[in-house]
Design a binder for this molecule. Structure first.
Ligand code: SP5
Ligand code: ZN
Length: 342
């Protein structure tokens, strides 16, 4: 089976909680997710490749230096300030209209700084968050290296996930956009276009916005309709589609047939590309606690087959998936599908 890239440092992010509609609820994006995926991959005979450190060039191709610097120092600064919360969490938000589009002042108070970079209250930063998020970037970039060196498909066991992060804002349990970093790194040697096909249950809003109005990275996302009340709420609608971006929102309750039809449409959209990034969330599966889509394990295998059939150099990057009992087998099913047609 194909190589998968791993870093123990991805386990160091332990959010513990998410502040959701003003209430502290147990975190769903937990280290056990990555361990369950790794167990399943090793059980299926996949070959583990340790992540290799990479410099910040691909990271800076997709993120503002100010976001990267904030994430790198946020926990140190917060913990040194002796605040009542043991996690970095915003309480004010520097919305662009607040300052009529002017650059907001760099706040003196440490506890106001998250409001420059966070767009939700669910995405907490603690000890190890930066190390894990930066390690996930190295995992993605090591998988890119494998493909650049001739592997047809490589899987990046990234955690925390990344597809909700824009150039300068983090949220949705994500800190650095691993899939976007992988796309930028593939673009470097190959030239465009590179495609990102996102089959996480939630819209890949960060990736969409990072590559907006660029012909060299095609983005497609198959996800639960934000108009039906689902994260990221404010975008992810079909009307945002253009020549370089395709949104395929689906109703809650959608199962294999209509989901796979959308995956086929996304694959067709991606077919002019010279390389493919699959942003693989397995939270569209029936039984996942974070989404109302009803995709089966066989559906994920077929999605993998459809995407593998494009015949492109392919980096599969882990995004969401929150049912610890099935996350590992869903990833293995998908990768088995990709390999069957590769
Ligand atoms: C990468 C990814 O799949 N991110 C998902 C972000 C969406 N999270 C929305 C959470 C909505 C409320 N969930 C309540 C669970 C409380 N623990
Ligand atoms: Zn998701």
């Amino acid at each position: 089976m194909l190589p998968f890239v791993w870093s123990d440092d991805c386990l160091r992010h332990e959010p513990q909680a998410e502040i959701w509609i003003g209430t502290s609820t147990p975190a769903t994006e937990v280290p056990a997710r990555a361990l369950a995926i790794r167990d399943a991959l090793l059980g299926a005979g996949a070959q583990e490749v340790p992540a290799v450190p990479h410099d910040d060039s691909a990271l800076h191709a997709v993120h503002e230096p100010s976001l990267v610097e904030f994430l790198r120092t946020a926990w140190e600064e917060w913990s040194a300030a002796d605040l009542p919360s043991d996690r970095v969490v915003p309480y004010v938000f520097a919305r662009a209209e607040l300052t009529s589009g002017r650059e907001p002042a760099a706040p003196t108070a440490v506890w106001a700084r998250p409001g420059l970079f966070a767009y939700d209250t669910m995405t907490l930063i603690g000890p190890g968050t930066w190390e894990a998020a930066r390690a996930a970037v190295d995992v993605a970039l090591t998988a890119v290296d494998l493909v650049s060196d001739g592997e047809r498909v490589a899987y990046a066991c990234c955690r925390p996930p990344g597809h909700h992060v824009t150039r300068s804002l983090y949220g949705g349990s994500c800190y650095l956009n691993n899939s976007a970093v992988a796309a930028a790194a593939l673009l470097e040697p190959l030239g465009g276009p590179v495609a990102v096909v996102d089959i996480d249950a939630h819209h890949g809003n960060g990736t969409q916005e990072i590559f907006l109005n660029r012909g060299d990275v095609l983005t497609a996302s198959v996800h639960v309709d934000p108009g039906a009340g689902w994260f990221p709420h404010f975008l992810g609608f079909a009307g945002e589609s253009d020549g370089a971006n395709l949104n395929l929102p689906l109703s809650p309750g959608t199962g294999d047939d209509s989901w796979l039809e959308a995956v086929r449409e996304a694959a067709t959209f991606a077919s002019p590309a010279r390389a493919l990034v699959v942003a693989l969330g397995v939270d569209a599966a029936a039984g996942d606690p974070e989404s109302p889509l009803e995709v089966s394990a066989a559906g994920y295998r077929e999605a993998g087959r459809i995407l593998g059939e494009l015949g492109l150099p392919t980096v599969v990057v882990q995004e969401g998936g929150y049912d610890l009992a099935t996350i590992g087998s869903l990833v293995v099913e998908t990768l088995t599908g990709v390999e069957s047609s590769a």
